[in-house]
Design a protein around this ligand. Sequence first.
Ligand code: NDP
Length: 444
Amino acid sequence: MGYVDEVLVKVKEKNASEPEFLQAAEEVLESLRPVIDANEELYRREALLERLVEPDRQFKFRVPWVDDKGQVQVNVGYRVQYNNAIGPYKGGLRLHPSVNIGIIKFLGFEQIFKNSLTGLPIGGGKGGSDFDPKGKSDREVMAFCQSFMTELCKYIGADVDVPAGDIGTGAREIGFMYGQYKRIRSVNEGVLTGKGLSYGGSLARTEATGYGLLYITEELIKCHGESMEGKTVAVSGAGNVAIYAIQKAHQMGAKVVTCSDSTGWIYDPEGIDVALLKEVKEVKRARLTEYAAMRPSAEYHEGRGVWQVKCDIALPCATQNELLLEDAKQLVANGVKAVCEGANMPTTIDATKYLQENGVWFIGGKAANAGGVATSALEMTQNSERLSWTFEEVDAKLKGIMVNIYHNIDDAAKRYGMEGNYVAGANIAGFEKVANAMLAQGVC
Ligand code: NDP
């Protein structure tokens, strides 16, 4: 039995109750097969894969807090410190009722490779709780965050482990957690990212994921001898990633003709009006029907349908599993050239395969949406320097990072005879750096 298969058998035996983690481990190890086969003897002797799939450590703790009725509530908190071979653990805190140790491990494992791809010194970690901030008062959210941080603060630090936001953890929650950390530890340090601008947050973090997506897409297109100028782009979603992706695409001379939310989608042949979209989504927090009502050139459609529109470039920026096989077939039939993922896992596995087999240039989220975490790492740098960079400085660094990611994943795919397979290239490039650091640091 080959080394990958041997390790997968052990992983399945040891983690049978964690399906999400098993899926992630299997997907990553499968795509790394060429690299692992080429170094099998060394990696096996060093038990490299066994060490990679086992977190450095994981914490599970009780989070008691008092609700507005005076009732004590108890949630479970988690932090998985997965791998710090190349830098302090870094990864978000998810607050959602679905959170369990398997989900946190799956996200933490994936984070190792995404963080490595940025080229910045950040390891992989993830955390969170089964607490649901939806429907809670500000005071209840603060009570939870303070209790959560009272325990978490024992395990994190600016050079140790730097959590960030994720689903359910926005600026409000990060603020409450940061306040409690400071109160207990008496230090002002970059222990969390996604902070408010007045207390250590970074300019351009809001725009980073959408802008980063366009920087890597532009490089991809350029390296195939074309330009963004005049291209028709289909975007899904109307949230943080989608809005700034649309804005940057327009700045590059492309025309974005679609966007969507969880109830419907817009086709606007004149090009999406970003100022109006921001007004509808960021200020009024309204549905897209409101956009259509104020924009004569726009058509509103109920349900899903963004991928039916003829386009040169498709950028899924909404949610997981939103680009299905039938969508991939329609996109190919309409002559799409590139699909780059702004969201996490928006394209199903069969759709990805179909796009790749039909010559579409496809960059997965691990590489294409890494601009968010990269800019979080730039926030850490600014905090360590006790300086705040201008928007232009952060943006220029973000662009450099995304262009670099493109060339790294392209080179990695070519080195293993899989030219143009940017998904495999991303896993390989992310893995190689971590593997080399682990080997250099001996058995630990
Ligand atoms: P937001 O919550 O700001 O926006 C998500 C958007 O997608 C909303 O417009 C939402 O609609 C829409 N949406 C949700 N479900 C569906 C659906 N089933 N069909 C169509 N549209 C849907 O999230 P973000 O923009 O921050 O994140 C989007 C994706 O990008 C996620 O997968 C996230 O994990 C990923 N990501 C985000 C990063 C960041 O920095 N923000 C970094 C890396 C990845 P509605 O308005 O109705 O809620």
